[in-house]
Design a protein around this ligand. Sequence first.
Ligand code: LMR
Length: 330
Amino acid sequence: SLRRVLYRRSPKWQAPSRTPRKARRLGKLALIGAGGVGGNIAHLAAMQDMAEEIALIDIAPGVAAATALDLNHTSGITGAGGRCIGGETLDMVGGAEVVVVTAGRARSPGMTRADLIDVNARVIRQAAEAIRSEAPNAVVIVVTNPLDEMTVEMLRATGFPRERVLGMAGTLDSSRFRNALAQAAGVSPADVDAITLGSHGDEMAPISSRATIKGRPLSVFLSDAQIEACVKDAITGGGQVVALKKSGSATIAPAHASIELINHMRGARTGHVPVSVMLQGEYGIDGVVLGVPAHLGQGGLVKVEELRLTEAENTALHAAAEAIRGRLGL
Ligand code: LMR
């Protein structure tokens, strides 16, 4: 069809619209962790009537069950037919098509995401064990920090192929980058096409060279100093929220970013989306998880999109890979 031809010729980022196009509904979506991010994912998923069943799981007594009940109470307004269930045991992931893992500790002001590596690796291993035995065909989306390292941990502990273990980060960081660019240029975020690659940490690599506003290079609208400030804003965005909150980290944008990945998987969005995946030679990098643009489908990763980068951007991407390797002792 014409649409397929056009799409193949131009595998570009798709400007977000408020309503994703009609798409496949999931059977079961399971959320491990029903705190701020998990609760918001459940809310967005229920509003988009994305799954027949949404299972919320949290070790905090009553929290997941209460959120599930609260969400079911919205169906008389929204008319959404999916049902939410909530509980405290990991076996509730049973039969899930997609599992999003947000469980674990959030950083406090002054901490880096990498400071959470040991405490959250234990949480990821527990979650992985349950997923491996109860939902062996699921696609897993890791949100727990430090994102790239925890995605590696999830891959190791489930033994799943790289296609089925994705990290949510690039979507979030790119949204922050676009938001900063749109504000600086005084345009709608829908007019901005920009992505970040690399780690979801200090070695994040916002890609200015390929970014556009209304289809034109950033330099048409912004000075070098303004562009630099937007890059910095994308890199420090999560930390800015942590500093303001004093306790806990961002919950809304990370939830939207997770939903965006699921929407790519179920065909509600087309084009590529920035996502953390295990690289196998793409961008000249092997054996480490890093944020890159990729096409997703029902079974998770379909294909990594290899963009042409400037030398500086390529160096930044490789530096991110080395930093992650170092933190994981690879
Ligand atoms: C974020 O970017 O909002 C999350 O990774 C949470 C954090 O610690 O910044």
